[in-house]
Design a binder for this molecule. Structure first.
Ligand code: SIN
Ligand code: MN
Length: 215
């Protein structure tokens, strides 16, 4: 994929690419992620203040990975349990960033969340990065999620829409700090993952970068 595909503008700064990855491409990406998870196993993140477990399990690829535990939300260069560096971001995932992110710098982090059928994610902003100049690019694989998107204030109205397997969502610009979350999964909506559930990848730039001077 080289030419930028046409997406649906959900609201300024948010573009949804439904079904951008066809089933063979989804399977190939899952295989790549399986390889990564063999090096960096899924772990259970915990809420900073209470230590309560989140309902998703997660791992990362890339130079930096996002972790959450009693020490806070942060990016670290190695897996919290194995101490090993995170594996590289798989090639197919990087290719999506190159085509869709409109960013001259590569992503540094690829957070991989696994949702079992009962998992969800509360409304939050992605704001642990030292730059918001790059968008967040999210890939959905497996069961459909009911995704909730708000504005940049928690009080702003929200709307929900579905993210199905193979969908890509990019949010940047004025929507980079938009509140978002996952209300629930739709059980049985995909057979991609043998035991059901959903994988979500979020690609992010963590440290500042320079855009080439415009001519
Ligand atoms: C996230 O915000 O980290 C995940 C969003 C999603 O699962 O679609
Ligand atoms: Mn998020």
């Amino acid at each position: 994929m080289t030419a930028k595909p046409q997406g649906l503008a959900v609201r300024p700064g948010v573009i949804h690419y439904p079904g951008l990855l066809d089933p063979p491409a989804q399977r190939a990406m899952v295989d790549e992620l399986r390889g990564a998870a063999a090096v960096a196993p899924f772990f259970t993140p915990r809420m900073p203040r209470t230590g309560a477990p989140l309902s998703v399990r997660m791992t990362n690829c890339g130079a930096l990975g996002w972790v959450a535990d009693e020490a806070g939300y942060r990016y670290v260069p190695s897996h919290p349990e194995t101490g090993l560096p995170w594996p590289p971001i798989p090639g197919r995932v990087l290719a999506l960033w190159e085509t869709l992110a409109d960013c001259p710098a590569p992503p540094e982090a690829c957070l991989v969340n696994f949702y079992s059928s009962a998992a969800r994610m509360g409304l939050h902003q992605d704001r642990d990065e030292a730059t918001f100049d790059a968008p967040v690019l999210s890939v959905s694989l497996g069961e459909t999620a009911v995704f909730r998107l708000g504005g940049i204030s928690r009080r702003d109205p929200t709307r929900s829409f579905r993210l199905a397997s193979g969908d890509v969502l990019v949010f940047g610009g004025e929507a980079r700090l938009a509140f978002h979350g996952v209300d629930r999964l739709i059980p049985g909506s995909s057979t991609l993952l043998e035991k059901g559930g959903r994988l979500n990848l979020t690609l992010r730039r963590v440290t500042p970068f320079q855009r080439p001077a415009s001519t």
